[in-house]
Design a binder for this molecule. Sequence first.
Ligand SMILES: Cc1cc2nc3c(=O)[nH]c(=O)nc-3n(C[C@H](O)[C@H](O)[C@H](O)COP(=O)(O)OP(=O)(O)OC[C@H]3O[C@@H](n4cnc5c(N)ncnc54)[C@H](O)[C@@H]3O)c2cc1C
Length: 410
Amino acid sequence: MERISRIVVAGGGQAGGQAVDSLRREGFDGEILLVTAENQPPYQRPPLSKDYLAGRCDRDRVLLRPEAFYAEHSIELLTGARIASIDPGAHRVELETGRTLDYDRLLLATGSRVRRLDGMPGSDLEGVLYLRTLEDSDRIRAAMERAERVVVVGGGYIGLEIASVAVEAGRSVTVVEALPRLLSRVATGELAAFYADLHRARGVDLRLGSSVARVRGEGDGGALRSVELSDGTEILADLVVAGIGIEPVTDLARDAGIDCDNGIAVDSGCRTSAPDVFAAGDCTSHPNAFFGRRVRLESVPNAMEQGRVAAATMLGEDRSYESEPWFWSDQHGVRLQMAGLSEGADQTVTRGEFGGDSFITFHLRDGVLIGADAVNGVREFIFCRRLIAARGRPDPAALADPSVPVKTLL
Ligand SMILES: Cc1cc2nc3c(=O)[nH]c(=O)nc-3n(C[C@H](O)[C@H](O)[C@H](O)COP(=O)(O)OP(=O)(O)OC[C@H]3O[C@@H](n4cnc5c(N)ncnc54)[C@H](O)[C@@H]3O)c2cc1C
C-alpha cells in the first residue's frame, strides 16, 4: 500500500481538531499539520453563546484538547495561518503567506461563516456584532457589560441563547425575528411556542414577523442608538447582535474545481471529488441515510463524527458516516436535546406534560420512531437516540408513560 507521509488539515475547528486526534488514535505516525486561520488551538463553539458568554467558564475549559496536546502528539499546529489555494493535481496547498505545503492527504474542515446584515443602513456601526469565534464572544460579553438595551436579530438557537444570557445579566432584551415564529427551520411549531412562552416569561420582548430595516446611530456615524423595524417601529439599543444564520466555507474547494452542492460534496466516507482530498464538518454536504437525501448539518456531533470518519478513510479504512443527527441548546436554565427528525412524522406522543418542567416529544412515522425532542430529559435522551438509530418501533403508549424507562423499549 502507498505510504502516507504527510496529512494536512485545513481548519482547526471541531472537525479538524477531532480529525487530528483520531489520526493518531488510528495509529498514523507520519506528519500531521493542522493549519487554522484562528489564533487559538481548536475549541468548542457551543459555550460561546452559553456558559462562556455568561462568564461561567474560562478559555481553557472551551479548548477541545489542552494546549500541550498537539506538541505531545507531534501535531504541528499553525495558528493564524490561512490556506489560500489548493492544487489537487500537484497535491499542494499554498498559504496566504506564500508558503507551500505538499500533502499525501488533505482534509478540508473550513466550517461556516456568519451571514451578515451587510447592505442594511447602519449595519457597519460599532456595536453591531456577530457570534462565531471566541473573540466574538469576548467582544459581545464586554459590550453587554456596558449596554442596557440589547437587540438580538434572529430567533434561531444562537440568537435565543444570547438573549437568555443577556436577560440573566439584567439587560433589557428584544428579539426581532422576521418569520412569524421562533426556530422555524429547526423545531416544530409547538416547541417553538414553548420557547416563545419561556422567553416572554423571563422578560424577553419578542417581535415576531418583524424585520429590521436599519440600524441608527446618534447623528452621523455616532454610537448605536436604535433599530428601526420595517413597519417604522424604533427600538432603542446599545448593542445589536445578529444571529441570522451561517453559510458553509467552500471557497477553497470551489476554486480548486472540487464539486460543491450546498457545501463541499462528500460521500459517506468524507471523500470529495478530488483524489486524496477529504472534507468534514459544517462545510460539507453528505448523503445521509437517516434523511434519505444529501444534507448539510450545522452541529458538533456531525463535525466530530465526520472528523473521525475522515481520519479513518484518509488512512485507507472503509468507514462510513451513519449517525442520526442530534443537537442541544441551553436557554434560561432549560436544556433542549433533539435527535432525528420531526418532519414527516404522522404521530406525535409526549411523555410528561408538554410545557412542564421536563417532557419528551416523540415523532413517529409508520410506527417507526424518527425523532425526539427532550426538554430537561437528559437521562432518557441517550436511550431516545439509540432507539431512533435502531429504527425502533416502540409502543406509543409505553413511550408516553414516564414510569416506563426508555431503555426498556430498546
Ligand atoms: C455560538 C455557537 C453556538 C453553537 N452551539 C451549538 C450547540 O449547542 N450544539 C451543537 O451541536 N452545535 C452548536 N454550534 C455549531 C457548532 O459549533 C458547529 O457545527 C461546529 O463548530 C462545526 O465545526 P467545524 O469544524 O466544521 O467548523 P468550525 O468550528 O467553524 O471550524 C472551522 C475552522 O476553519 C478555519 N478556516 C476556515 N477557512 C480556513 C482556511 N482557508 N485556512 C485555514 N483555516 C480556515 C476557521 O477559521 C475555523 O476556525 C454552535 C455554533 C456557534 C457559533
